[in-house]
Design a protein around this ligand. Structure first.
Ligand SMILES: *[C@@H]1O[C@H](CO)[C@@H](O)[C@H](O)[C@H]1NC(C)=O
Ligand SMILES: *[C@@H]1O[C@H](CO)[C@@H](O)[C@H](O)[C@H]1NC(C)=O
Ligand SMILES: *[C@@H]1O[C@H](CO)[C@@H](O)[C@H](O)[C@H]1NC(C)=O
Ligand SMILES: *[C@@H]1O[C@H](CO)[C@@H](O)[C@H](O)[C@H]1NC(C)=O
Ligand SMILES: *[C@@H]1O[C@H](CO)[C@@H](O)[C@H](O)[C@H]1NC(C)=O
Length: 542
């Protein structure tokens, strides 16, 4: 309820915790009380000054407020505001604040905000007004300003006000949820990521077509899919989707590449996190009767990975079954299903899938090394020493056979790290870096290795920073470095890194995970500040 200044205020003022404005306020209040006391003994109707008249309106307003008559309270405060002489700034601020309280009861948020703003203009440390404005801003979903105001309240009360802290936490979360939706701006991942994605399909006829060398100059003005193909070859990835759409807009007689355009556009929708659109394109391919079997199978695999990313595991596996039915000897189906099974820790099934993928396409290095890895996982799970030895020797053979495949080194290094054979892992990462110079993940993994092996946090951070330098779109690098910075107590830095990772997240699942990391860092920061590490740390939060 509105009241004319609380005891807390006076204590704070008395302790000199507030600046000049506050002291002036205190001085006024003390004197005014004395004045009122002396004057109370005099006949009121004759001696009533404008200030006293205003106070009378305010008291009346407070009475109305207590009775729940908010409109009446507002008209009393209106009169108080009109009547009071200009120099009584603190009282005027209080009247505005009280009127804002009445507007708050009536849920008139913009009136609450403008009255609080006036009160704060007159007294910039007016906690009640700041807190009330924060609440109204929260109601109007103005998260940024709400956070600023509630942070001010936290600071003014030295983080001792539980309801302000809770509100700060809540606003932060609401802000995040709003951002999650807003942040769904499609972001084109790094070139390296795009290449890795396409090259994980060994039998995609559209990708093969994209790689065919043609002379763009000899073909005049390109349009549709051919234009998309040129954009792909020249790494102008942002032009791919519009060019495919152009192809799909052409009439049947003009267009030769509808299925190809759908497949390529679907892939880019997927890569940019536009899952709904991607799913529609792949579904169109699947439902096209005369579409090439290989393209159709590829669409099933790609659609299933959308289901995977959106946590629809049942639909995901169903699509794989359909793909396997349609293309029983297409290696990609089994290779990709094996990865899903591995994630689900169904190592036995994963092994069978990779086995089949390798049988169908013995020269596909990625599938070969994934098979070694799933064998290793299964050996660990079932404590099968024979299989463990076998998988180690298969890894070594894979390296001999595919010395230029980075996955071989990376997966083997991960296995070596798990087995605490750190020196071997380090050498493998170094080799991977030589082959795959643009892969930030390798830097991050190597950093993690040094952390685990030698506790060398400086070197780990340095490697991760290098990773970010070579691929500034590496979500994994930002996220991992953020986690390391949390451990080092660099919370503001960590929050910034998590924000960068969030901006790159392609699915809501990833986003929610990153938000929780960021929230955890933010709340640690809050506690650190509470313990007196310094409130200026908090500036990094908003
Ligand atoms: C928190 O601060 C607001 C604004 O000053 C005040 O109205 C409220 O009573 C405080 N709450 C607690 C629990 O101190
Ligand atoms: C980089 O390395 C990781 C393993 O650390 C691998 O999974 C990924 O496919 C590679 N490529 C890219 C672009 O991340
Ligand atoms: C395709 O057609 C739609 C609707 O006819 C139109 O809005 C869109 O701009 C066209 N896009 C391209 C790239 O031609
Ligand atoms: C695919 O498998 C079938 C038997 O399931 C076989 O008849 C056919 O020749 C195979 N095709 C290729 C291209 O390997
Ligand atoms: C795999 O590669 C080897 C050597 O490059 C080649 O001789 C063999 O025919 C290939 N096998 C298949 C199934 O493509």
């Amino acid at each position: 309820m509105p009241s004319s200044g609380s005891l807390k205020w006076q204590i704070a003022l008395g302790l000199g915790a507030v600046g000049a404005v506050g002291l002036a306020y205190w001085y006024l209040r003390t004197n005014k009380n004395q004045t009122l006391q002396t004057m109370g003994e005099l006949p009121q109707e004759k001696k009533e000054t404008p200030f006293m008249k205003a106070q009378r309106y305010k008291v009346e307003g407070n009475e109305q407020f207590k009775r729940g008559k908010y409109d009446e309270a507002i008209s009393c405060y209106n009169k108080a505001i009109e009547t009071i002489p200009e120099e009584f700034k603190a009282d005027l601020a209080m009247y505005y604040q009280n009127r804002a309280a009445a507007y708050e009861q009536l849920k008139k948020w913009s009136a609450v905000i403008s009255d609080c703003t006036r009160a704060i203009e007159l007294n910039n440390r007016y906690e009640k007004a700041l807190f009330r404005r924060a609440r109204a801003q929260e109601m109007t979903k103005d998260w940024v300003n709400a956070l600023d105001d509630v942070t001010s309240v936290c600071l003014l009360q030295n983080f001792g006000n539980q309801s302000a802290l809770l509100m700060a936490d809540r606003v932060l979360k609401e802000k995040n949820a709003a951002e999650a939706i807003k942040n769904r701006n499609p972001i084109i991942p790094s070139k390296n990521f795009i290449k890795t994605y396409f090259s994980s399909f060994s039998e995609d006829p559209v990708y093969k077509k994209l790689q065919e060398v043609t002379d763009p100059l000899g073909q005049g003005e390109l349009k549709g899919f051919l234009k998309a193909k040129l954009a792909f070859a020249t790494e102008k990835y942002d032009e791919v989707i519009p060019a495919c759409t152009e192809e799909l807009n052409l009439s049947e007689s003009e267009s030769n590449y509808k299925i190809e355009a759908l497949s390529l556009r679907g892939s880019f929708y997927f890569l940019t996190g536009q899952f709904k659109e991607a799913q529609e394109d792949f579904t169109t391919i699947i439902e096209t009767k005369d579409a090439d079997i290989l393209v159709k199978v590829n669409a099933y695999i790609k659609r299933s990975s959308i289901y995977m990313q959106t946590e629809k595991l049942h639909e995901c596996l169903e699509d794989f079954d359909k793909a396997a039915e349609l293309g029983p000897n297409i290696s990609d189906v089994f290779h990709h299903r094996g990865q899903v099974k591995l994630l689900m820790e169904r190592t036995e099934e994963a092994r069978a899938d990779f086995q089949k993928a390798v049988e169908l396409n013995p020269n596909f290095s990625v599938a070969v090394v994934q098979k070694c890895y799933s064998d290793y996982r299964h050996a660990m799970q079932s404590q099968d020493v024979g299989l463990l030895m076998q998988s180690m020797s298969d890894f070594r053979k894979a390296i001999e056979r595919f010395p230029n495949c980075p996955e071989t080194y990376i997966l083997f290094a991960q296995v070596k790290t798990e087995k605490q054979e750190f020196q071997d892992a380090e050498e493998l990462y170094q080799q991977a870096m030589k082959i795959d110079t643009n892969n930030a993940s390798v830097y991050v993994h190597r950093g993690l290795l040094l952390l685990q092996w030698k506790g060398d946090i400086e070197k780990a951070v340095e490697l991760m920073r290098e990773g970010i330098k070579i691929d500034e779109k590496s979500e994994f690098a930002y996220e991992t470095l953020g986690t390391v910075e949390v451990q080092r107590g660099n919370l503001v830095l960590a929050i910034d890194l998590f924000n960068k990772a969030i901006a790159l997240a392609r699915s809501e699942m990833e986003m929610v995970h990153l938000f929780s990391l960021r929230d955890a860092a933010a709340s640690q920061l809050k506690i650190a500040s509470k313990l007196g590490v310094g409130p200026d740390l908090l500036k990094g939060v908003s």
